[in-house]
Design a protein around this ligand. Sequence first.
Ligand code: NAP
Ligand code: F7E
Length: 327
Amino acid sequence: MSKKALITGITGQDGSYLTEFLLKKKYKVHGIVRRVALEDGNHRLWRLRHILKKITLHPASLESYASLVKIITRTKPDEVYHLGAQSYVDYSFKDEFSTLNTNINGTHYILSAIKEFSPKTKFYFAGSSEMFGKVREVPQSEKTPFYPRSVYGISKVAGYDLTRNYREAYNMYCCSGILFNHESPRRGFEFVTRKITHAVARIKFGLQKDLELGNLDAKRDWGHAEDYVRAMWLMLNQRVPKDYVISTGKQFSVKEFAKLAFELVGLDYKKYVKIQKNLYRPSEVRSLLGNCNKARKELNWKPKYNFKELVADMVKADLEFVKKEGY
Ligand code: NAP
Ligand code: F7E
């Protein structure tokens, strides 16, 4: 019999790639979406448009325990991938309360609903390298202490601890992926990589003159989302639940990302990138670099895309996007 997966945050970048991945593995895929997404499917379900007929969507709110209980009880999934979150770090400085409410309570409600109504369900939590924040060692592994630098990071540390505690206290199959930044042509436009590749395409087509960015010196360990959703599934399909760092082990600055993206269309980034001090964060995470040896060894996971291939994939997709959509 085919397995059943339930995904929160199915409309997001990772949710859409994970859905494709699980459908290929013959899973029955269920997703939790906000009611507005069903009412405005054309815009809000754009990443799922091509597979909508193959999945089942349930309206619910991460802020409502009752609505989550109903879906967990009804679907009794084999695996839950909890990806739903206010995921934009910069926004978490502007709206701390809703970031904490959605990210911490949402995680807690789902864990509690699984424990009470479907305790055999396996649970994946979308942890983040933002938990390392002001890093305590280089590179960062599962053993590195956390030092979050934003409410977003704090909410993810809380979710990680809740997940670990449910595993230890109630013997449930719960694990966290500590995923470093992963990007793709489906990345939201507010994140720096997509902001750059979209601007590169618009500048190339004469629709935009320049590109305002904040801290060009921030360094990230950037991978491709397609590779990272495979790791989520691997974590839920082991004998013993454990937490894993997922990363490429290579680090590049925002400047290096921009330089390469502009070069790919024959332009010099220096002529177009303008620094905007108000795009700097109140407390920045300056440098992240992951050590994913444990995942390589125990999950036999490794990324297929390198940095150049990631940037090239995003630039190519945005050239096609701008040409087709005109914006
Ligand atoms: P994303 O594209 O921003 O997607 C976030 C998803 O969460 C969307 O489906 C969104 O739904 C949903 N969501 C947000 N607020 C919600 C709320 N109040 N109620 C219900 N749903 C809500 O994020 P992603 O890049 O796919 O990341 C997936 C998960 O991994 C997130 O938890 C993120 O924090 C975490 N993570 C991401 C990265 C990365 O580099 N991408 C790295 C580490 C961890 P709507 O479409 O309705 O807004
Ligand atoms: O910023 C700098 C910014 O917003 C990356 C989320 O998926 O990954 C993501 O969080 C860096 C930061 O991603 C602009 O200051 C410069 O240093 O693309 P970002 P993020 O904050 O790293 C982690 C792992 C997650 O878990 C999160 O959910 O780029 N930067 N100029 C800029 N960033 C943005 N957004 N816009 C700029 O103009």
